[in-house]
Design a protein around this ligand. Structure first.
Ligand code: PLP
Length: 358
């Protein structure tokens, strides 16, 4: 029994299923057209049903950040998983060992220390690893070229691991302000890895591709795999980058106007506990669907405060769809999403891997 759209209680996470299907198909066709494998990052949706859709559309495996996500997805039948996160500590190594019993698992890492830990799990069959390279984000990895090639050589000597290739995440692409800049980041993402791999005598896997860079990176010679995640839903960050339109944004927060305290002010029942504080400070970091005249001003925990031209705002009781600044952490706040098609609820989707921070 599903809930009619009009009866969905708010705040609620709603997913436009037509947009999801179109986004999945577009990225899959783009990857296939360029002859690269697609390994979507599932931290965006955390929903087994959507991972299955991605695999059915041609994804060759999935990417997870957390073992907990990987365990949920393995339960759902995903059998080829990249854990793009350095693992540390006995509890995680025990879980990695168990996970390898039921799925092909690769791990990315950027130190000899982590490789030595992971290697303890690979005494019989070495654990396949990707060495992470820093192509500009400044998060994980050594710089490309000699420093990373040296690290690859050191990790290759660690018992129990097998270096399959290189990985990078160009998260700094979110800060680009032009198509040319974005293309440059995407090209560098690949060429830095290809050049590093050459210094290592060649490596099988060159794994790149955030949502902003994937479509460019897939065209650069040498790339073997792309790992976009956000593309399945899109968000206000993708609108700002010009990579999405309201129609292609699939994840929205349905909220109700619960107050009109001043002629130019309205308040909805979705605050930072439904939308997160991600992106605060950026103009229109949250977008009201179909209502360009409405602008969100600030969020407290349970209240979303918006502004309109005096006297022209929404009435108390009106429902608004809000596009979050960043879809991934918003989805992580909900147990359930409503899959909506043509204005009515089609299905309820379990966000089975939500809260899996370990
Ligand atoms: N790969 C890694 C290692 C990531 O950290 C992320 C996102 O954080 C992605 C892929 C997917 O990037 P995006 O969210 O831009 O799709």
């Amino acid at each position: 029994v599903t809930t009619p759209y009009e009866e969905i209680d708010t705040p609620a996470l709603i997913i436009d299923l037509d947009a999801v299907h179109a986004n999945i198909a577009e990225m899959a066709a783009m990857a296939a057209g360029n002859g690269v494998r697609l390994r979507p990052h599932i931290k965006t949706h955390k929903m087994p049903e959507l991972a299955r859709l991605q695999l059915r559309a041609g994804a060759t495996g999935i990417t997870c950040a957390k073992l907990g996500e990987a365990e949920v997805m393995a339960d759902a039948g995903c059998d080829d998983i990249l854990l793009a996160f350095p693992l540390w500590g006995r509890p995680k190594l025990d879980r990695l060992r168990a996970l390898r019993e039921r799925a092909r698992v690769r791990v990315s890492l950027d130190s000899v220390e982590v490789a030595e830990q992971v290697g303890t799990v690979g005494r019989r069959t070495p654990v396949e690893v990707l060495v992470e390279v820093d192509t500009g984000l400044g998060r994980l990895g050594r710089p490309p070229g000699a420093p990373s090639a040296e690290l690859v050589r050191e990790i290759a000597r660690v018992p129990g691991v097998e270096v399959m290739g290189l990985l990078t995440h160009a998260g700094h692409s979110y800060k680009t302000t032009s198509e040319a800049q974005l293309r440059q980041v995407a090209e560098r993402e690949v060429t830095d890895l290809v050049e590093t791999a050459e210094l290592c005598g060649g490596l099988a896997e060159i794994s790149v591709g955030s949502t902003p860079t994937a479509r460019h990176a897939a065209t650069v010679p040498g790339v073997t795999e792309i790992r976009p995640g956000t593309y399945i839903f899109n968000d206000a960050a993708m609108l700002r980058l010009g990579l999405a339109t309201e129609r292609t944004v699939a994840a929205r927060i349905l909220a109700t106007v619960i107050a009109r305290p001043a002629p130019d002010r309205f308040v909805v029942d979705a605050g930072s506990k439904a939308l997160t504080s991600d992106g605060v400070g950026v103009r229109d970091w949250i977008v009201v669907v179909g209502r360009p005249e409405l602008h969100m001003a600030f969020l407290s925990e349970e209240h979303g405060v918006g502004r309109s031209t005096p006297g022209q705002g929404p009435a108390i009781g009106e429902r608004l769809e809000l596009i979050p600044s960043h879809a991934c952490p918003v989805v992580n706040l909900f147990d359930l999403a409503y899959g909506v098609r043509g204005g009515s609820v089609d299905s309820e989707l379990l966000v089975a891997a939500r809260g899996k921070v370990r």
